[in-house]
Every structure is written in C-alpha cells, then in structure tokens.
Design a protein around this ligand. Structure first.
Ligand code: PEP
Ligand code: MG
Length: 528
C-alpha cells in the first residue's frame, strides 16, 4: 500500500494570493466531485462515510483557515496541510470516536494536496490476483470501494475497533484485523493466513493451516446459500437474532439479512455532530422511520449513551481525566433531565405512531436505584417496555434486585468487559484484556441470565460478543434469550446456533466458566 505523500515544504507563494486560492478552490472541487462519484458507486454505509468526506472537503471553517493562511503567504499546498492538520489535532485531543474521524480528515487533505500537485491520491494498489491488503491505515474512500473479487482480507497497523476501516470492513463482510503492530515489516508477496474471528495473522502458514482455512471458507460459502430462517438451536429452542443499528437508513439491509428485529439502536450516532440538543419532533421523525421497518417486531432503542468514546457536545461539556469512568450514559442524562425527557417523549410518540413493539433501555446503569429511576421515568411518560443495559459490573452483582424492577436487561459486553477487566476499550496497549471470553465476564453474564430466568425477564446480549459464533453459543448456554449484532454477522451466528442443542450449549458454557483465561474458555467450549 503506497505511503502518504511527503509533507509540502513550508514555502511562501510568489505574492499572488488570489491565484493560489483559485488553485485550491479548483482542487477542492475536483476532490469533492471524485468523492461524490465514489459515494454513489459505493452505496449503503460506504456512501454515508464518503458523503461525510465531501462535507469535510468543503467545510467552510476549514476553507476560511486555508484562505487566511494563503493570505499570510503560505502556498496552497502548505495552507491545506496546516489547516487540516490543526483541525485533526483538535479531533485527536477529543479522543474516542472523534479521534478516529481524524484519519478521515487526513485522507481528504491528502486528496486535495495530490490534486494540487497533479498526482494520483494514494490508494489501493491494482492487482490481477486476489490479495490480502496490509496498510498503515485505510481511508474510508478506499475501504468503501474495495474490489471484493480481489481483496480477500485487510490488515492495518493503526485504527481501533470503532475506526471506519473496521466498521466498513465488517459491513462488507471483508475479514479484517486492525491494530496489528509489525504488519508493515512483512515483505510484499508474503503468503499470509488471516483469521479475523480468532484475531490472528500467520506468515507462511503450513499446509495443515491452509487446509483448515480453505475448509472453513467452503463451509461459509455453503452457509451463504442456505435459506434464511429465524434463529434457533438444533432442538428448536428459539433464539431471536436481532440487529445493532445506528441509523434508520441501515434498517432495510438488516431485514434483508434476516434480522428478526433490532436489539440495539444506538441513538447517539444520530447526533454526534449536533451542537444543540435535538428537538422532540426531529427525534420522533427519526425513530418513527426506524420503527416503520419492523411492524409487529421488537425494536430496542437505547437512550443517548453520551460520553467516553462517543461525546456529544450538548451533553458532555466538562473535561474529565477518565471519561469512561465519568458522567456518561444514564448519569449524564440524569444531570440534563430535559434531554432525557425530550428523548423519551419522542420515543413515546413513535411507539404510538407505528406497529412495532418498542422497548427502551438506558445505558451505563449501575444499580437497582438507577434502574428504578429509569423504569419509573419511562413508564411515567407512557413507554410500554422499559429496561436497562448491563455494562457496569455492579449491575450484575445485584442482578436479582435489577430483574425484579426492569422489564428486561440487555448485556453490553463491550463495556462490561472494559469495566470488569479495567482496560480502556479504546487503548491498543491493553487490547488483549478486551476479550469477552474471559471467565470473569462469562460469570457475570451467567449471574444476569440466572436472575432473568428466576424473575421471568428476558436477558439479551447486544455487545460485539454476540457476533462471535462460538461465543454466541456459550452466551445462550449462560442464559441469553436473544442475540443482537452487526447485521453482517447474522448468517454465521445463525449457522453456529443450529449446530447445538440447549443442553450442549449449557455444557459448553459450564466448561468455559471453569477456565482460568479467555483462551482457556475458548478451548474448553470448543472441546466440551
Ligand atoms: C456495549 O458496551 O457492549 C454496547 C453494546 O454499547 P456500545 O458499544 O455502544 O458502548
Ligand atoms: Mg456500551
């Protein structure tokens, strides 16, 4: 994968600022037109990402900064480089989701500078043979348009699990692993085996590994042709398979992939760029659009989960040293109660206007008192079904108290793992702790599953763990009643559930609980 263009020299232009500005304007126009064309070709999630890149290229604040720098004497190239670079630094300083958008901005800047130089923008190399692409990071513009007949897999050195590379690769079902240090030291044309499910890359794999991988690829292809059925175990036990969504626009694709409803609608994704709290009417329109895709089906909407990796300007304004341990989720909503009231009012409006079965839950709930607050508040505003997410370990510790109050519990394994193992989910250096197979996490899931069964309340899973087919089986064995995941994962999970009975899933779960490490739990579940 070509390296980025060299930085433009810090030079002055010859004095004709207007001519320099005209060149930049033309380059921005070329890049915006190119990205718009790519957006139309990509469709779906790729289209949204590329349309956002067009907006970045034409951002008026950035344009003003570039203009000021040209007027102060900078060349066009340098002005673009400096203006975009300074905005990128601000995004990185914000951390989390915003920091990962900095990569997108860097790509737009590179494209404008390449257009000014009259050279092609760095991109994916052409090849006649299928290949695994290894890169420092991949621009969304490239990921969205990857030639699926050629690119068999993706490995990047940079990027976290919520980077656009990871999100788009998942949506396109390209096996991808991000954050592999050392991948750039691997020589071109080296044979690689990439197992995205296990998170491993093997250079020069032996014949046995190649045969194993080829068998799994063939099995997967056979599954893709299988008819879509509702989620169920081999003995007929129903396990509804639901979709995790961040926009009503993705609902139709999820239904096509067999989603039986929505298990997690991340409402904060609608408002990441909003400066002010969204209105009741505006929200109601979005929620109604979502619910209309699921008549007679369950749709679980989460109240705004602002803070940490997903800061919202209108809810999180104080600087916090440890935002993951700060005023996030339900805590932030209680501190700004009008925002909570408006959102739940909008949801009640959408509930009444559609045929969907709307369930509403709060993120980052710590105990029975917070559960009671949210359930009473939601019901007081007319919501039918109100529950909580289990993401903070304390909630699992008092699971019996919580299931006595909430209509349902949904386990967010991403945060539950982060907090149980005390490892920031955005930090590459502790990524090995972010493993939901850890027996400590599994034991908390079991506690929640048992409490739900005792109280007769559903306990679903909506973290990434539900998308791992083998772990999905174990989670059902621990008591999960539904599984919600990125729609691209539905087929593999459906197939894995169909292979085991409830007794077998429980035996695998029991074996995993006895292990002492995450890897030990994986091995024990496989062999049980
Ligand atoms: C989770 O924490 O597992 C979850 C589903 O919520 P999010 O990933 O949006 O924090
Ligand atoms: Mg979470």
């Amino acid at each position: 994968m070509p390296e980025p263009l060299p930085d433009p020299a810090d030079e002055r232009h010859g004095g004709d600022a207007a001519a320099e500005q005209a060149k930049v304007d033309a380059a921005v126009e070329t890049v915006a037109a190119d990205l718009t064309a790519r957006a139309q070709k990509a469709g779906g999630e790729g289209q949204q990402v590329l349309e956002a890149a067009v907006l970045m290229a034409q951002d008026p604040m950035l344009a003003d900064d570039v203009k000021a720098r040209i007027e102060a004497g900078s060349t066009g190239e340098r002005a673009v480089f400096d203006a975009f670079g300074s905005f990128q630094e601000q995004l990185v300083a914000m951390g989390g989701y915003m920091a990962e958008r900095a990569t997108d901005l860097a790509d737009v800047a590179q494209r404008i500078i390449a257009a000014l130089r009259g050279v092609p923008a760095p991109g994916v190399p052409e090849s006649d043979e299928p290949f695994i692409l290894a890169a420092r990071d991949l621009a969304p513009a490239d990921t969205a348009l990857l030639d699926l007949t050629k690119v068999r897999g993706l490995i990047t050195r940079d990027g976290g699990p919520t980077s656009h590379t990871a999100i788009l690769a998942r949506a396109k079902s390209i096996p991808a692993i991000v954050g592999v240090t050392g991948i750039l030291d691997v020589e071109e044309d080296t044979v690689l085996a990439l197992d995205a499910a296990a998170g491993t890359v093997t250079t020069e794999p032996d014949a046995a590994l190649v045969a194993d991988i080829e068998a799994r690829i063939a099995e997967r292809a056979a599954q893709a042709d299988a008819p879509i059925t509702d989620g169920a175990l081999a003995d007929g036990t129903k396990v509804p398979l639901l979709a995790n969504l961040g926009s009503p626009k993705d609902a139709a694709a999820a239904v096509e992939l067999g989603a039986e409803g929505v298990g997690l609608f991340r409402t904060e994704f609608l408002f990441l760029d909003a400066k002010e709290a969204p209105s009741v009417e505006g929200q109601q329109a979005q929620y109604t659009e979502l619910l209309e895709h699921f008549p007679g089906r369950k749709v679980v909407v989460r109240a705004l989960d602002a803070g940490a990796d997903k800061p919202l300007a209108f809810l999180n304004d104080a600087h916090e040293e440890n935002p993951a341990l700060g005023l996030r989720g339900l805590r932030a909503l209680r501190a700004s109660e009008q925002i909570l009231k408006d959102q739940l009012t909008a949801l009640k409006g959408a509930q009444d206007a559609t045929e969907a079965d709307l369930w509403v839950m709060a993120p980052m709930v710590a105990d029975a008192e917070e559960t009671e607050f949210f359930v009473e508040y939601g019901k007081g505003l007319g919501l039918n079904t109100v529950g909580v997410m289990a993401e903070v370990p304390s909630l699992a510790v008092v699971a019996d108290q919580v299931t006595a109050i909430a209509d349902f519990v949904s386990i967010g394994t991403n945060d539950l793992t982060q907090y149980t193992l005390a490892a920031d989910r955005m930090l590459g250096s502790v990524a090995s702790y972010q493993d939901p197979w850890h027996p400590a996490v599994l034991r908390l899931v079991k506690q929640l599953g048992d409490a739900g069964a005792e109280a007769g309340k559903p306990v679903g899973i909506c973290g990434e763990a539900a998308a791992d087919p083998q772990l999905a089986v174990v989670l059902v064995g621990l008591g999960a009643t539904t599984l919600s995941m990125t729609p691209a994962a539905l087929a593999d999970v459906r197939a894995a559930l169909g292979e085991v009975t409830l007794d077998e899933a429980r035996a695998k779960a029991a074996a995993a609980l006895r292990a002492t490490t995450a890897q030990g739990a994986r091995d024990a579940a496989r062999d049980a």
